[in-house]
Structure formats: structure tokens, C-alpha cells
Design a protein around this ligand. Structure first.
Ligand SMILES: C[S@@+](CC[C@H](N)C(=O)[O-])C[C@H]1O[C@@H](n2cnc3c(N)ncnc32)[C@H](O)[C@@H]1O
Length: 205
């Protein structure tokens, strides 16, 4: 699993490698652009324009929302990712912090119309995902939603099929979403499969 130093090293080449993997329809980023596009439209339609981005990286999605007038808040542990994103969004409130230890205190002081997390929460174990998502729900405004776009599968069997297909490319250290399993903790959560290895989960209060 990459630590903050690993993401610092990846920051400059990140956008290009994601684009290539998505264009090839390959694990792990097949469906990336489509997922970000769907979340973009849904976050924009929220009444409250405060958007919290968990693990925002180079800011690909947040920058588009910022350009439309959303107030962007975010947390990431990579200095290099934060520097790149902050340059593109000077007014955004971006905090450095490891989300496996919880949300930064400054970010808990606000309410959000949308909380977005793309390709970041697979760095948490399944138990950590549940705790973290539970801690985020009270920060949603009425009608707000958490949108999670990530490597994700409806069933464990589908994850196993993708693992076989991906062969040596498969990252066994990352912990991908299996919707049927996480839904047990969040019965209101919905799931849309976007590619053979990616899905969009939506969770309201
Ligand atoms: C694969 S990138 C995704 C970036 C962006 N959301 C996107 O969709 O392109 C994962 C991001 O999450 C951050 N990240 C990973 N684990 C983290 C953790 N435990 N705490 C804070 N940030 C973390 C990384 O630094 C990186 O910027």
C-alpha cells in the first residue's frame, strides 16, 4: 500500500497514468472519467455548495467543481498532491492528514452538500471504511450525499474474477469495495457498476 511518500513520488505522473489505464479499459482505472463525470453532476446539483473531497490527489474532480463556484474542502496526506491541488484552487481549504486516523479537526466544523471520495478509500480496511463513513454522515446537510467512486464490485465473486484477469497487475494490498458486504452496514447505500472494475456508491443520511 502506498504511503504519503509513495504518493509524493507518483504526483507528477499520476494524471497521465490514470488516463492511460482508463483509455485502455484496464484495471484499476477503467471507468475513471465516467465515474468522475457522474459525481461532478450530482455534487453540482446539491443546494449547499460546500464540497469535501477525501484523498483529492491532484484535484482532478475538485478543480471542476471549484470552477463552478463550489467551496472546496479536502484532506490528503501527500504534500506534493496538496501543493498541486492548492495551486489550482487557491481558495480551497486543503488539510494534510491521514484519514485512517479520522478527519482533520478543521474539516469537522463545516456541513457539506456533498462529500466525495474517488479512488482513495480502498486504502482503508473494510472495518475502517465503515467507521470513517459513519463519522462523515453527521457532516452532511439535509439532502446531502457521500459519493464514492472507486475500484468496486457488486459481489466478492466479481472481485475474484477481476483479480484473475488482472494477473500480476492486481494490487493485493489495496482493499476494494464489495457492495453486497458494505451494504450490510449501510442499508441505504446504492451502487452503480461503471466498468468491469469500478463502481459508484451513493450514501445519504
Ligand atoms: C489514487 S489517488 C486518487 C486521487 C483523486 N481522488 C482521483 O480521483 O484521481 C489517492 C489519493 O488519496 C491519498 N491518500 C491515500 N491514502 C491516504 C490516507 N490514509 N490519508 C490521506 N490521504 C490518503 C493519496 O495521497 C492520493 O492523493
Amino acid at each position: 500500500m502506498l504511503n504519503s511518500e509513495g504518493f509524493n513520488l507518483w504526483a507528477d505522473g499520476y494524471d497521465k497514468s490514470v488516463e492511460l489505464s482508463d483509455e485502455e479499459g484496464a484495471y484499476p482505472f477503467a471507468g475513471y472519467e465516467e465515474i468522475l463525470e457522474k459525481i461532478y453532476h450530482r455534487a453540482l446539483s446539491c443546494v449547499n455548495k460546500n464540497v469535501l473531497d477525501i484523498g483529492f490527489g491532484t484535484g482532478t474532480l475538485a478543480v471542476k467543481l471549484y470552477a463552478q463556484g463550489c467551496r472546496i474542502f479536502g484532506q490528503d496526506f501527500s504534500e506534493k498532491m496538496i501543493a498541486q491541488a492548492q495551486e489550482k484552487m487557491p481558495e480551497a481549504k486543503l488539510c494534510q492528514g491521514d484519514f485512517s486516523l479520522g478527519l482533520a479537526v478543521e474539516l469537522k466544523r463545516h456541513q457539506y452538500g456533498a462529500i466525495i471520495a474517488t479512488y482513495s478509500l480502498h486504502h482503508l480496511s473494510d472495518a475502517q471504511k465503515v467507521c470513517f463513513l459513519e463519522s462523515l454522515l453527521p457532516l452532511l446537510e439535509d439532502g446531502g450525499c457521500i459519493y464514492i467512486g472507486d475500484v468496486a464490485f457488486q459481489t466478492r465473486q466479481e472481485l475474484e474474477q477481476c483479480k484473475v484477469q488482472a494477473g500480476d497487475e492486481w494490487d493485493g494490498e489495496e482493499c476494494y469495495f464489495v457492495f453486497e458486504e458494505i451494504k450490510k452496514s449501510f442499508p441505504k447505500m446504492t451502487f452503480e457498476q461503471v466498468s468491469h472494475c469500478a463502481g459508484l456508491m451513493t450514501l445519504g443520511k
